[in-house]
Design a protein around this ligand. Structure first.
Ligand SMILES: Nc1ncnc2c1ncn2[C@@H]1O[C@H](COP(=O)(O)OP(=O)(O)OP(=O)(O)O)[C@@H](O)[C@H]1O
Ligand SMILES: [Mg+2]
Length: 338
């Protein structure tokens, strides 16, 4: 158990598929962004809980009203239930980070997909305000950049589930023009792979969740590192299926928009510094783990001059750690007072 402190600083990465927290007391945790309420009193009795999160919610989804509240980066369809789900998710993370310790003040920085930042910033501040004394909402790629100290002449590409968020850093807080969001990210690959597999193997039985797991195990672009063989049931019998080419096509489907947006943002940067940005590109988020992605982007950008693309060491906690570092550094006057 960590010592009691006066102020608890918290960094949260509120993601479409996964949400993570890092706190100044050393606690870290993450949960898949699913929230479920028991459907009726029977379900409640069976489950023994009023609310379930993450993997546990997913496993019990038949007895739950289940939400993945941040689809495509914004609070899904603006519904009250989705907002309540976001709120419960934040409560769950903050309570886990606080543990039994008492703090006189809690300061939280929440990194959200760039699109939520535009649309839902105030809504998110309101949702967090019950659990923290002071709050700031920042865009996700900015918190990643902050955590890596890539604050000037750098570009972060955060490849999440709902969105791919770009942020170019000029040594100041990024403005809206320095950021872009596109919708071709992890969920898009899953949907595409699902379609391709249904076309090729109509007799096989599988769900979108299974497709996502296959992707997380075997994703690649370019030359296949090895054939991708997975087991899918056919009339109840587990059967090996080769999905190498479908995997490649689905993963490569995010490349054109990714390359185009990267080039566009660099072209809009001060020409004297474009070379430095090209040498300081950082891939973050779960999608950055796609094999061959870094090399592909470097290959394309090389045509414009020397370049270097790197991948963050910690795609799961990079955003939360960056938001925490920012919370620790942030001068008093920047915080939203309530
Ligand atoms: N090894 C992998 N290869 C390819 N994709 C992966 C891998 N591991 C995770 N992913 C994908 O990364 C995405 C999740 O990444 P991340 O946790 O950064 O997203 P998020 O923050 O929840 O989403 P968003 O930023 O859009 O709100 C999912 O689509 C997941 O399937
Ligand atoms: Mg994210």
């Amino acid at each position: 158990m960590t010592e009691k402190q006066e102020i608890l600083n918290i960094g949260i990465d509120l993601g479409t598929s996964r949400s993570a927290i890092s706190a100044s007391n050393g606690r870290r945790d993450w949960v898949e962004s699913f929230v479920g309420w028991p459907k009726d009193f029977v379900a409640r009795k069976v489950l023994g809980k009023a609310i379930l999160f993450g993997q546990e919610a997913l496993e019990n989804r038949l007895s739950l009203d289940i939400y993945r509240p941040l689809e495509r980066g914004v609070i899904k369809d603006g519904s009250e239930r989705s907002a309540a789900a976001v709120k419960e998710l934040i409560r769950h993370l903050i309570e886990t980070a606080k543990g039994d310790n008492g703090y006189t003040q809690t300061r939280a920085i929440v990194g959200v997909p760039a699109e939520s930042f535009k649309v839902n910033k105030l809504a998110i501040i309101n949702l967090v305000s019950d659990f923290a004394d002071t709050i700031m909402v920042v865009s996700e790629p900015f918190s990643v950049a902050y955590g890596l100290n890539a604050l000037t002449n750098a570009m972060v590409i955060d490849i999440g589930a709902g969105t791919m968020d770009f942020c170019i850093m000029r040594g100041t807080m990024p403005a809206e023009a320095d950021q872009r969001t596109i919708l071709t990210a992890g969920d898009h690959i899953d949907a595409h792979l699902d379609t391709l597999l249904r076309e090729r193997y109509p007799a096989a039985d599988f769900t979108l969740n299974m497709v996502r797991r296959f992707k997380e195990q075997h994703s690649f672009v370019g030359q296949p590192p090895a054939p991708v063989i997975v087991e899918l049931p056919v009339a109840g019998k587990p059967t090996a299926h080769d999905i190498t080419m479908e995997m490649r096509r689905a993963c490569e489907s995010i490349l054109p928009a990714m390359v185009e947006t990267t080039l566009e943002l660099i072209a809009g940067f001060d020409p004297e510094f474009q070379k430095q940005v090209r040498n300081n590109i950082i891939l973050a988020g779960g999608g950055s783990q796609i094999r061959g992605l870094r090399e592909h982007l470097e290959g394309v950008l090389k045509e414009y001059g020397p370049c270097a693309v790197q991948t963050t060491a910690d795609p799961l906690f990079g955003g939360a750690d960056g938001a925490l570092a920012m919370a620790v550094d942030m001068p008093e006057e920047y915080w939203e007072k309530r």
